[in-house]
Design a protein around this ligand. Structure first.
Ligand SMILES: [Zn+2]
Length: 222
């Protein structure tokens, strides 16, 4: 294990992410139990009728709100982009200068942590959480080992996993429950990235990524 400097903190954005993640988790459960998607006003989750199984959830109300709960995935992503610009930009600059990478996790509690890794890589046990990024000194795209890490983080319930440098951010975003099919698709991509020798091959691998509940977005291949 080669993790050095640590930051443990929280801010308005990470706390809001935590609140929305709680709503999302509850809504995913309710969707599973009821068979239809609940709605949300981003403060509560709404269902047509609160059944016995849902009686323990204080954040579930009866009624109808303006948004499908699956908007919460995008909402969390938007907040995380704000967080990255506000909190992680300085680290991305430092990575460009020193080659030392940093990794951030926003935890379910709303706290966030930042760890310093080795030059060119960050290796550590991953906590369970909501969102993660690590900084790259080069291209803002996931390496084959980064994709493996993304897989294990989605298994832990993460919503968004990103890589960034001082100019761009790429990410995988979950849009539903992470399924074995999504995992297979991610592993297929991992193999293609591992084999890719040129930028074109890398681009082909990423642009053919097509998963039901996970999307990949980057400003690089547009
Ligand atoms: Zn990486």
């Amino acid at each position: 294990m080669s993790v050095k400097r640590q930051v443990l903190s929280k801010n308005e954005i990470s706390l809001r992410m935590s609140k929305l993640y709680e709503l999302l988790t509850i809504a995913e459960d309710a969707h599973d139990i009821l068979g239809y998607p609940p709605t949300t006003d981003f403060n509560f989750v709404y269902v047509k009728k609160k059944t016995e199984e849902l009686s323990e959830y204080d954040l579930i109300k009866e009624g109808n709100a303006p948004y499908d709960y699956r908007q919460l995935y995008e909402k969390i992503k938007e907040l995380y982009m704000e967080f990255l610009i506000k909190v992680m930009s300085n680290y991305a600059d430092e990575t460009m200068r020193t080659q030392i990478e940093y990794i951030n996790f926003v935890l379910k509690s709303g706290e966030y942590v930042i760890f310093e890794g080795d030059i060119d890589k960050v290796t550590m046990p991953m906590p369970s959480g909501i969102a993660s990024v690590h900084t790259h000194p080069g291209i803002c795209i996931f390496s084959a080992p980064d994709i493996e890490t993304a897989d294990s983080l989605f298994v832990k319930g993460y919503v968004i996993i990103a890589v960034m440098n001082n100019e761009c951010i790429s990410y995988f975003l979950r849009k539903g429950p992470y399924t074995p099919e999504d995992q297979q698709e991610l592993r297929k991509l991992q193999k293609k990235v591992k084999k890719a020798k040129t930028f074109e091959e890398l681009k082909d691998g990423y642009t053919s990524f097509n998963s039901e509940n996970v999307v990949f977005r980057t400003p690089l291949f547009s």
